[in-house]
Design a protein around this ligand. Structure first.
Ligand SMILES: Nc1ncnc2c1ncn2[C@@H]1O[C@H](COP(=O)(O)OP(=O)(O)OP(=O)(O)O)[C@@H](O)[C@H]1O
Length: 513
């Protein structure tokens, strides 16, 4: 039993021992493992550090290499630049030397050419001189011979003197003729653009010719007419109130005398309703007083803008070309000579007005200024100050209207009877017009029309008669009788009143205003 017990104890001890041994081995293994792991970790750590250092060293090395490469490149580039500079310097030097050599060559060549030319010129001059001397000698010997033969032959002498005189006269006539023609061409071409109509540049003989023709016609037709027509013929084509007519005649005469005595001209202002003969009278004064005539319209000045001043001066410079003196007629004068303070006046217009004032400041011996306006009150005071004669052109009274009707009846409907003033060159070449027959148109019918046309201007009466002519031509038989005449007068009078009514309505302010 004891043995068994011992045996069991021994087995138990053995088992404990084995167990302890196993534990000790397991512990040893664990320690070994732990050590191995720690060693591995340390190795790994060392390797990583080593690698980092390696990378760092590599980077530093590559930076150093890059720096070295860059510095090498820079050195190379610097070297290259230096070489290019040197090369350019050398090229420049070569070009300079070459250019100098060329210039020297050219100078040398030019010198040689000049020497050659001079030699040639001297030779040519010598040649020419000899030639001329020979020619002069020959000519003089011929002249000597000619003069000797002339002096000995009387016929030849007479012919030579006559030929030379005729030649001189021919040259003189041609030269003077060309000068006169050029004068007229120059006047026509030099006419300023503002001038609408002028007598300057018209050939004087054309006026004389038409006057002569008019005289012939007048003599031919003087027998066939009587009554008021005769009176009109004496007074010309302008029908005015007798006192106005006298004043105009007196003015024309005074202007003509002023010109003869070289005294300063008198400026005029014509005012009155439109179509009362202001333009016609201005033209007539110029004609009667022997002045040249030029017409411009005030309305043409404003659109010229800044150019207007130059154009005004142009007119006055051009007017000096007239040897006779010039009557400058400015129609619608209020359009550009109105009050300078007016708000409607542009700066350019004001300058144009000032230019005109400047040119008309002193009394002139070259220009008669004739202004025409429907509104004399609008003119600038400096302009009215320059006016010497103020003449009113009223609407024609019944007496004048009668004469006007007669005048235009004759002009438009009795043309074949031949009013001298209506003769124009073109009529000579015109196709024969259909003849108008006038039946039962007594002076009483015309007087009645003159009564009815109260308020008509001269222009309106001329238009009325033009309408009568149109109405006659509209008839197949071309007959003018008192009935047709009355009809036309009737509707023209109505038209006139209608126009006045419309104008009055147009000028009245509307109710809303
Ligand atoms: N007194 C007149 N005698 C004859 N015809 C006249 C007369 N007045 C006007 N007339 C006729 O009217 C036309 C216009 O006349 P004119 O140009 O002379 O008038 P005005 O007063 O200058 O007119 P405006 O102020 O419109 O320029 C003339 O061509 C003519 O046919």
């Amino acid at each position: 039993m004891l043995w068994q017990e011992r045996q069991r104890k021994l087995a138990e001890e053995h088992r404990n021992l084995v167990q302890q041994k196993a534990q000790a081995r397991a512990q040893g293994l664990r320690n070994e493992d732990e050590l191995a792991r720690k060693r591995l970790q340390t190795d790994h750590e060392a390797q990583r550090r080593h690698n980092t250092e390696l990378v760092k060293m590599q980077e530093e090395s590559s930076i150093r290499k890059e720096q070295a490469r860059r510095s090498t490149e820079e050195q190379i580039q610097a070297q290259q630049r230096l070489t290019e500079k040197e090369r350019a310097e050398i090229e420049r030097e070569t070009i300079r030397v070459k250019a100098m050599a060329e210039a020297e060559g050219r100078a040398h060549e030019a010198k040689l050419t000049e020497d050659h030319n001079r030699r040639m010129l001297i030779e040519r001059i010598n040649g020419e001189r000899e030639k001329w001397l020979a020619a002069i000698n020959t000519t003089f010997s011929h002249i000597e011979e000619g003069v000797r033969s002339l002096l000995t032959d009387r016929n030849k002498l007479v012919m030579t003197v006559g030929g030379a005189t005729a030649l001189a006269a021919g040259i003189y006539t041609t030269r003077e003729g060309a000068r006169v023609t050029w004068g007229y061409v120059n006047r026509i071409l030099g006419q300023p653009s503002l001038i609408r109509e002028s007598s300057i540049g018209k050939f004087p003989w054309s006026g004389l010719l038409s006057q002569a023709m008019n005289k012939v016609i007048r003599n031919k037709t003087s027998a066939g007419t009587a009554g008021p027509v005769e009176a009109i013929k004496n007074n010309g084509d302008i029908i005015l109130h007798p006192s106005l007519q006298r004043r105009i005649q007196h003015l024309a005469k005074a202007t003509s005398n002023t010109k003869i005595h070289q005294a300063p001209f008198r400026n005029m202002l014509f005012y009155g309703p439109p179509g009362t003969g202001k333009t016609m009278v201005a033209r007539e004064i110029a004609r009667k007083s022997g002045l040249d005539y030029a017409m411009m319209t005030g309305g043409d000045v404003a659109p010229l803008g800044a150019q207007a001043v130059t154009k005004i001066h142009e007119i006055f410079d051009w007017a000096k070309k007239s040897k006779k003196g010039l009557l400058l007629f400015i129609d619608e004068a209020d359009a550009f000579l109105c009050e300078r303070n007016s708000i409607h006046m542009s700066e350019a217009q004001r300058s144009a007005l000032n230019a005109l004032l400047f040119r008309t400041g002193d009394q002139s011996r070259d220009i008669v200024l004739v202004l025409a306006t429907n509104r004399p009150g609008d003119l600038d005071s400096a302009i009215t100050d320059r006016i010497d004669e103020v003449i009113e052109f009223p609407l024609p009274r019944e007496e004048e209207r009668f004469k006007l009707l007669k005048l235009y009846l004759k002009k438009y409907l009795c043309s074949d009877e031949g009013d001298s003033s209506s003769l124009k060159w073109g009529h000579l070449f015109k196709k024969q017009q259909q003849k108008i027959t006038i039946k039962d148109l007594s002076d009483n019918v015309i007087q009645e029309a003159a009564r009815k046309t109260e308020g008509f201007s001269g222009r309106e009466i001329a238009k009325l008669m033009a309408s009568v002519q149109a109405a006659v031509y509209a008839r197949p038989d071309c007959v003018l009788d008192s009935q047709l005449f009355r009809e036309v007068v009737e509707y023209k009078v109505e038209e006139h009143h209608q126009r006045i009514k419309l104008a009055a309505e147009g000028s009245q302010p509307t109710k809303n205003q």
